[in-house]
Ligand binder design. Structure first.
Ligand code: HGY
Ligand code: MN
Ligand code: MN
Length: 424
């Protein structure tokens, strides 16, 4: 992939990029190096306001769609040319890290500023985007699914974060459920989507490699499992007479790990929350609501693991004389990235003299939503210790700058592909 010399020489302004990153990391900061910016909460909305100010200050066109996705647009191509999207998400998990999502949004903004300042013309227009609720505080991949036109009504009926949190968040942000379904883009208007993200694992750091060329993104499936027993007096009910919902939930959490370790070595399962009801020291739990999520890189394992886990939940409930209520909360399928995007990322890394390796990711990303309507690609940079979704999340700044330069150079290669009519 030859990119003309002027474009080959473009680099991000590392100091400006760093100033943005440090300023953004202060919004929702938890004081221990992390951030707490759950989607459409006060801190997240403040981060979006800050982003809007940076977009306007850069002289870029600011846009918000009816799913709340915030964008900067640079019209560096013909009026009717498709948009090449670069982006990620500003929302975080509760008490998460300051790199997850934020790094990709700021690198996208920086890429547009560099191309704008260079005054170059491309065969595409560029858009830097911050997607709403990537993390699933509300639904998960909400803004990107809305933009891709794949958001399902069912996903809003029993969202992962619960109806109340969703309704409050939409109201706080001035969004409506109906509006979510009006954010879909015409696939012909999108040239491709590229995202810079921290790896959130330890493959790159263990291998001493700077850039990850993402080949596939894990499928994620979520269920709420309610183990139903009988509340009773914790002091006067004999141990044999109890229908203790906690026993079923606890034994299932252990069993889920066993199912994966024994039969699905490339998959993961997580019991991320358990809510006890009535929930008091002196009451035998009558009900335990358990949050189950599991992930796989291929559809076959994804389907078999789902059946194996649900079957085991039934067995553990029966074992303790409990009922089981199963609520499916939605999924996104295992998603390969586009070969042309992988090539553009690898070529960009090589042109910058950066070590790089192809790898799958166990984390979910907005790119999954867009895979059905345009070519998608992801650039990873190393996570020290593999830590993420935690204040311990850390990536060396020089790796952040390298990743942003790879994103920029990969975008220029993809733009050229579109111009040559190859990125179909
Ligand atoms: O959960 C994930 O994999 C992503 O960080 N949203
Ligand atoms: Mn993320
Ligand atoms: Mn995340």
């Amino acid at each position: 992939m030859i990119v003309d010399d002027r474009l080959m020489g473009l680099r991000v302004d590392a100091e400006r990029f760093r100033r943005d990153f440090e300023a953004l990391s202060e919004i929702g900061a938890t004081g221990d190096g992390g951030v707490h910016r759950p989607a459409l909460g006060e801190a997240h909305l403040a981060a979006r306001e800050w982003l809007r100010d940076r977009i306007v200050a850069a002289g870029l066109e600011f846009r918000v769609d009816s799913a709340g996705n915030h964008s900067a647009v640079l019209r560096c191509g013909p009026q009717e040319a498709p948009r090449l999207l670069l982006g990620s998400h500003l929302d975080s998990v509760p008490h998460g890290g300051r790199y997850d999502g934020a790094l990709g949004v700021l690198a996208a903004l920086e890429a547009l500023r560099v191309v704008s300042a260079a005054g170059v013309s491309l065969s595409v227009n560029l858009e830097a985007i911050d997607f709403t609720d990537e993390e699933g505080t509300l639904v998960g991949l909400l803004g990107s699914a809305a933009l891709a036109g794949i958001l399902q009504e069912a996903a809003l009926r029993e969202p992962r974060g619960g109806r109340v949190v969703l309704e409050e968040g939409l109201a706080r942000a001035g969004l409506t459920e109906a509006g979510l379904f009006q954010a879909a883009r015409d696939p012909a208007s999108l040239a491709a989507y590229l995202e810079l993200h921290i790896e959130q694992g330890r493959r790159l750091v263990d291998a001493g490699v700077t850039i990850g060329v993402v080949t596939s993104i894990a499928g994620i499936n979520s269920y709420r499992l309610d183990f139903v027993g009988e509340p009773n007096h914790a002091g006067t009910t004999g141990m044999e007479d109890r229908r203790d919902a906690a026993l079923g939930a606890a034994s299932f959490a252990l069993a889920a790990r066993e199912v994966v370790m024994d039969g699905f070595p490339d998959c993961v399962a997580n019991v991320g929350d358990m809510r006890f009801a009535p929930g008091a020291f002196n009451i035998v739990p009558g009900r335990v609501e358990l949050a189950l999520e599991f992930r796989a890189q291929d559809r076959d394992s994804f389907e078999h693991l789902e059946r194996a886990l649900l079957r085991r939940a039934e067995e553990e409930a029966r074992r303790f004389g409990l009922g089981l209520e199963v609520e499916w909360l939605g999924k996104c399928e295992p998603t390969p990235t586009s070969i042309i995007a992988q090539r553009a990322v690898a070529d960009a890394a090589a042109s910058l003299g950066l070590s790089h390796v192809a790898l799958p990711t166990g984390a979910g990303h907005d790119a999954q939503s867009l895979a059905g309507i345009c070519p998608i690609g992801m650039v990873f940079v190393p996570s020290v210790d593999g830590a993420s979704h935690s204040p311990r999340e850390f990536t060396r700044w020089e790796d952040c700058v390298s990743g942003a330069n790879v994103l920029l150079q990969a975008a220029l290669r993809m733009a050229q592909q579109v111009g040559a009519g190859a990125a179909g």
